[in-house]
Design a protein around this ligand. Structure first.
Ligand SMILES: C[S@@+](CC[C@H](N)C(=O)[O-])C[C@H]1O[C@@H](n2cnc3c(N)ncnc32)[C@H](O)[C@@H]1O
Length: 264
């Protein structure tokens, strides 16, 4: 596969220098290892080695994960380790109908849009216009906008979609949105919640248990990156130590006779 004009490419210089850049005829791309004219990149096979004025780079085809290198991030974003776990457990795939809140920078939105394919749809809610404008730019950059409907709204008040396969929440008080989530979800549909503190885990998990969700679990995923060096391979001593927690569950018929249960 060859690089075409207008596409974004990932210029890989080394582990610490990776650049997500758009290739436009007549323009130059700049890196720490010097410049290169876009005309030299257009038509190259992905994976090719490229000469820069002060070094070399590989021309790689960007994936959704590469958004973490070059995307706009006005809000805290969910990291790949948490995104991948939430998506795997949710069971979504091509053709799935998914609701998400809040949109934030649109990183989780982009991952969801990638997995639901052209036959699926992601309805992404946020209370803030400015967040959605940035998310829209990130989605356009990845050519995923057509799979997403950005909706301005508070999911604690209403989610208008029905029979959705899964709901993903990354917002401060997800326990206050469970009523709308239940109305939107298909029976047995999955709810995946991401929260940064243990107090939020407790409030979310217990509220899900009281409002007709089962198969509950709360997890913390710890990722340790390894520095590989001959005779000195070991975990890196710097990295992201804490991201947050994931709470998962599936919608079932609510047992409103149970103590503390709430009918929604
Ligand atoms: C941490 S950010 C989400 C980041 C996003 N998951 C990502 O990976 O880019 C939280 C977002 O939730 C939005 N939000 C907070 N409460 C909300 C609510 N009740 N309904 C919809 N959006 C909400 C905020 O405006 C904010 O943009």
């Amino acid at each position: 596969m060859k690089v075409s004009e207008g596409e974004e490419v990932l210029l890989y210089v080394d582990e610490r220098r990776k650049y997500l850049l758009r290739v436009e005829k007549g323009k130059y791309l700049s890196t720490d290892k010097g410049k290169v004219k876009c005309d030299e990149i257009i038509g190259l096979e992905y994976g090719s080695r490229l000469k820069l004025s002060k070094g070399e780079a590989y021309v790689l085809r960007p994936t959704v994960a590469d958004l973490y290198r070059g995307g706009l991030r006005p809000s805290q974003v969910i990291y790949p380790k948490d995104v991948s776990y939430m998506i795997f457990y949710s069971g979504i795939g091509p053709g799935s109908k998914v609701v998400e809140a809040g949109t934030g920078s649109g990183y989780l939105t982009a991952a969801l849009a990638h997995f639901v394919g052209d036959e699926g749809k992601v309805y992404s809610y946020d209370v803030r216009d400015d967040m959605q404008r940035n998310a829209e730019k990130n989605l356009r950059r990845l050519k995923l906008s057509h799979r997403v409907e950005l909706k301005r709204g508070d999911v604690r008040e209403e989610i208008t979609e029905r029979e959705v396969d899964a709901v993903f929440l990354d917002m401060p008080d997800p326990w206050n949105a469970l009523k709308s989530v239940r109305v939107a979800l298909k029976p047995s549909g999955h709810l995946s919640v991401f929260v940064p503190t243990l107090r939020q885990v407790e409030l979310t998990y217990l509220a899900m248990g009281r409002t007709g969700f089962t198969d509950l679990r709360a997890d913390q995923l710890i990722l340790m990156e390894i520095r590989v060096k001959e005779n000195a391979t070991r975990p890196k001593n710097v990295g992201v130590m804490h991201t947050g927690y994931v709470v998962l569950g599936r919608k079932v018929q609510a047992d409103i006779s149970a103590p503390g249960s709430i009918e929604v």
